[in-house]
Ligand binder design. Structure first.
Ligand SMILES: *Cc1c(COP(=O)(O)O)cnc(C)c1O
Length: 384
């Protein structure tokens, strides 16, 4: 029996920590957790060192250092034509704290949160800690598209907000403009807030990402979350931000003040350097990931797995039932011993187990030789 408060009931530790520890323990190739094994732009790393040596080591302003706020503002203007002021951006300790701030700051006990399923696991934890009720709308294999009728049907008088994620982890779906217009229509009709997690905004392989906040009538009801982690391959930095109308940003800040108060002083100006000077990095990173996606997808398909090729993110989903495994959890539990590879059972991202039981998520944000090594081990281990 634990001594934790009930708000933690059933939450447990994150699957990513569990599977990464398993990878280390078994000497497996880790195609589970989505962290790159290469660094971000060197000028950005140098800027962080310079800030550390230059005395930027005390509490920065709670809502973010001016350089970072201005860099986010310039980024949103340059890439998306969105005009923001400094009250419309708050820096957070990763996108994770922005998600926590949004849910704790906007959701009252009993409020319903409509969320795409499969969902990123921190959404579940934070909806529960806020006392909210999650109402999943399922993206279904093989295409994982958003069914707008199902979205509309999930809205009730208790719905407080829609929590969107595009490009979507774990499916790799990038919502189209038409789908986003459908979301916008529902949000406007029911006067709802939309919190949109766009941490993979630059990691798309076919069509560019469309921020929901750019759609007509949506800026004033949309809180957009992003982070340096995925954009610049520095997932350990934990520098994120939320942007949108001042009243939504203030809700995040109101929580953030009491969670961390402020975030990574020397890292914020370095992320500003990345945002201001490294648009070319986004293009190169997306091209690199696209090539790695193809290597991993082709390799997994050659093994006889049914592959759902993603249009963005770090991840590909496979159906392992075609391989004789009805249960992805059993498949992932056996995989380290059988093949020396770790992957993530997607069922942990579902309420509706029938939709996710047979699905497994693989990460391709790894050096090519790591992906090749993983595939080689799978070829040897799965054959027998
Ligand atoms: C990685 C990830 C996050 C967390 O971002 P941090 O900046 O590391 O906190 C949030 N949302 C999604 C969908 C992610 O994949």
């Amino acid at each position: 029996m634990g001594i934790e408060a009930h708000r933690l009931d059933g939450i447990g530790t994150t699957i990513f920590a569990e599977m990464s520890a398993l990878a280390v323990r078994t000497g497996s190739v880790n195609l589970g957790q989505g962290f790159p094994d290469e660094d971000g732009p060197s000028a950005m790393l140098e800027a962080a060192v310079e800030a550390l040596r230059g005395g930027r080591n005390q509490y920065p302003p709670g809502h973010g250092t001016p350089e970072l706020l201005d860099a986010v503002i310039a980024h949103q203007q340059r890439h998306y034509g969105l005009t923001l002021d400094r009250h419309q951006v708050v820096a957070t300790t990763g996108a994770t704290e922005a998600i926590a701030g949004a849910l704790l700051g906007l959701v009252d006990p009993g409020d319903e949160v409509v969320v795409l399923e499969p969902y990123y696991d921190s959404y579940v934890a934070m909806i529960q800690m806020a006392g909210g009720v999650r109402r999943p709308v399922t993206l279904r294999a093989p295409d994982f598209r958003l069914d707008l009728d199902e979205l509309a049907a999930a809205i009730t008088p208790r719905t407080r907000l829609i929590l969107l994620n595009t490009p979507h982890n774990p499916t790799g779906t990038v919502l189209t403009r038409a789908e986003l217009e459908g979301v916008a229509a529902v949000a406007i009709e029911h006067d709802l807030i939309v919190v949109t997690d766009e941490v993979y905004e630059h990691l798309t392989f076919e069509e560019p990402h469309v921020p929901l906040a750019t759609l007509p009538g949506m800026f004033e009801r949309t809180l957009t979350i992003s982070s340096a982690g995925k954009t610049f391959s520095v997932t350990g930095w934990k520098v994120g931000w939320a942007s949108g109308p001042e009243h939504l940003v203030a809700a995040v800040e109101g929580v953030k003040n009491w969670l961390s108060y402020s975030s990574g002083a020397p890292l914020q100006p370095a992320v500003a350097v990345g945002l201001n000077e490294h648009d070319a990095f986004h293009v190169a990173l997306a091209a690199d990931l696209r090539a790695k996606r193809d290597v991993l997808c082709d390799g997994l398909a050659d093994l006889g797995l049914t592959v759902h090729r993603p249009a963005g993110t770090y991840f590909v989903t496979t159906d392992v039932s075609s391989y004789g495994f009805a249960d992805g959890r059993a498949f992932c539990a056996a995989l380290p011993e059988k093949a020396g590879v770790v992957a993530i059972p997607s069922q942990v991202f579902y309420d509706d187990l029938d939709e996710g039981r047979h699905l497994v998520r693989w990460a391709f944000c790894k050096r090519l030789e790591v992906i090749e090594e993983g595939l080689g081990r799978l070829r040897a281990g799965l054959k027998n």
